[in-house]
Design a protein around this ligand. Sequence first.
Ligand SMILES: Nc1nc2c(ncn2[C@@H]2O[C@H](COP(=O)(O)OP(=O)(O)OP(=O)(O)O)[C@@H](O)[C@H]2O)c(=O)[nH]1
Ligand SMILES: [Mg+2]
Length: 325
Amino acid sequence: MADRTVSELVAAARGGELRATARLLTFVERGGDLAEQVAEATHDHVGNAHVVGLTGPPGSGKSTLTAAWAIRLAEEGRRPAVLAVDPSSPLTGGAILGDRVRMTAAAAAGVFIRSMATRGHAGGLALAVPGMVRVLDVAGFDPVIVETVGVGQVEVDVTAATDTAVVVVTPGMGDAVQANKAGLLEVADLFAVNKSDRPDAADVRRDLELMLDLSKLTGHGRPDAVVRPTIVSTVATTGRGVAELADAVDTHLEALRDAGLLEARREVRRRAEVRSHLEHLVLAASAAAVEAAFGAAASGAETADESPGATARRLAERLLTDPGS
Ligand SMILES: Nc1nc2c(ncn2[C@@H]2O[C@H](COP(=O)(O)OP(=O)(O)OP(=O)(O)O)[C@@H](O)[C@H]2O)c(=O)[nH]1
Ligand SMILES: [Mg+2]
């Protein structure tokens, strides 16, 4: 059992074995040769899952909403999977603990859940997430929901690289504006105004509508939008609006299909993944080259009579004109 090959694990995952899926996800998450083998074994089997990104500011209720939504889907007989990208900030440690309780409830309802910490994934998130989504797709999960905190560019990029991007906003001073600043409005296919049990929820809705009106003039909306984003009001803690959210997500997929844009989005996603791999390879190669050039030439005797910048320029020139040296 312990030494099944990657292709045996893929076959088992396709047959519904959760443990095989979990192992494949671990391989992809760690990166390296096994991750490459998983990619080889899975890349031409994909495309059945609706890949949905769900993002929003910290504490907006993303995990609560995701759990409620996924449980609902599982109860309808679908096979949802959740890939929860946890923030690495020590400040949110408590929230992750809270997640575990909700996630346990979701797992009990038959939702496949995988958490990954962003810690140790500096830049690697953009590589690991698409590979993990592919494993879940091949394993027959649908939809695959990727939950990330919308704070950094990488998280926003991860969300953009889905079929449908849900942005969660909440009432509270200027949250919609904050979401705009973080670039979230530019990836949103639909909005969930969560915590709509709060009195100022109507204001957030109005702000969003206004921003959507304006975005037509300023071009600040999602450039490849098929329809004007739907705004759904939700209360994740009670389940209010969760059915509407589920419907809106399904409707968006239909709209993409009807417009013939689903494949185009997936092609953009594939190209973005190629780019991430390319960046990763080139960065690793350049780091190695810098080490080698520096180690070979940075001794004091050779550099004493020039400025550090001049030494670096000389080394860089040699490196770039003759990368093999
Ligand atoms: N009143 C109210 N509270 C909510 C609602 N949804 C979530 N909460 C609460 O908001 C807090 C944060 O919820 P989470 O689901 O952990 O939020 P999150 O966006 O996943 O948080 P991070 O992962 O830390 O970014 C929890 O205490 C939830 O119980 C809601 O609709 N109404
Ligand atoms: Mg969360």
